[in-house]
Design a protein. Sequence first.
Length: 497
Amino acid sequence: MLRELLSFRDRYRILNYAWCAFFLTFVVWFNYAPFATVIREELHLTIAQSRTISLCNLALTIPARIIIGTILDRLGPRVTFSAILIYAALPCWAFAGAQNFSQLVLSRLAMGIVGAGFVVGVRLVGDWFESDEIGLAQGIYGGWGNFGSFVSQAFLPIVALATAANAGSENWRLAIALSGLVSLGFGVLFYLNVQNTPPGKRYQRSDVGGMEVTSRASFSALTLTNLPLFLVLGSIAWRLQLVGFLTPNTMQQVWVFLVGLFLLQTYHTFEINREVILGQKIYPAKDRDSAERTLRERVGQLFILELAYAVSFGSELAVVSMLPEYFEETFNLSRQLASLVAATYPLMNLFARPVGGLISDKIGSRKWALTLTIGGVGLSYLIMSKINPNMGLPWAILLTMFCAFFVCAGAGATFGIAPLIERRMTGQIAGNISAYGSVGSVLYAMTYSLLPQTVAGNNAFFQIIGVTGIVVACLCALLLKEPKVTKGDVESAIGSR
């Protein structure tokens, strides 16, 4: 596959366009992290305000990934991804021109929507590749796309320094604005050169606008899995109130709005599944089994994948956001050197996430591929918590890269399973799983923002991620079911109703 990628023909051309699009969304999504300290000093922000901006960068990705997943299943990847790339220029330029904390917060909240681009490529790649090689294809898409955060950390500071008017200063505003311009240009290129499906294959649209269930129990379980998404958004509002961006009254209004939104979404799902919930329609057991729609094998499997993505990709987002500042202050490095050192973490995406997908394809059990990689996430973060100022910087870099390998491989193994649940609704399924990645990132980032800015506080942060990783690995081993999908199986029994 790697050799075929260089040919830029047929489905490999689409895969190249997909990962490049995802790559650019990550460049713009994480263009704040390498400039966190210089922006804090230039605009006279507190540490709490600076960390809150990082949190806001992740916030709206949670609802955006679900909403865009639904839009994607209706409109297709070509239109959806192009629109996201073109839109990304707007919050980039708004952030580049921000003059105070409020403007920074609003522009980073708007930027969070761009993080939903990942969902689009999952559907696009899933429609162009068969199930026996989909793990590697999704791994290349996700891993090479995530490499965009490496470029943000390693090269945007160089652009900022090279374009500075005064020696020693950094033109961070121009660097961020240029990243938005590149995204806009590629959005147009993507629209002109990408097709939703291979020639002769019909794009399977889903017009229901929500997840389908087969029993009352699965409806209840699905509702419960959606609840944490809204609780996390409520906690972000609380955090914004702590730093003075929201008043207590406004925060309460946001909470009321989120409760209403949750109830509206629940009612919408009820309407889609009214006949099943009211007992007017009962699926035969053989259909539920063959389509993997029972509570354990559909909603339950989806929830385990959501948790796995929360501790793998979710922790990656949180750690990438704090790592430049962490290395700068722990080892007393310059901003440019700290960004380069921190970039070794997302650098691992280049091959580790494809390796995770390849392992999922080849090991013979996608379940155990995921279990082992998520277990590695937990153990490696516990090891990473041993980093301290007395440790040599080379050892710290090696431990960071070791941890990043399992994190990226775990994310790759997760999406070695996700597109196989049901291709017709891959957008919505990927949206829900990736939304939990954002849930994990927000919870981890919020935990970091509340810990003391000390070596002990940083160690506690990595330990918390490590423990949650071990717990989720145990859940994968005990509860996850092997996907029962064969090559060419693109539509389930229930999907055809």
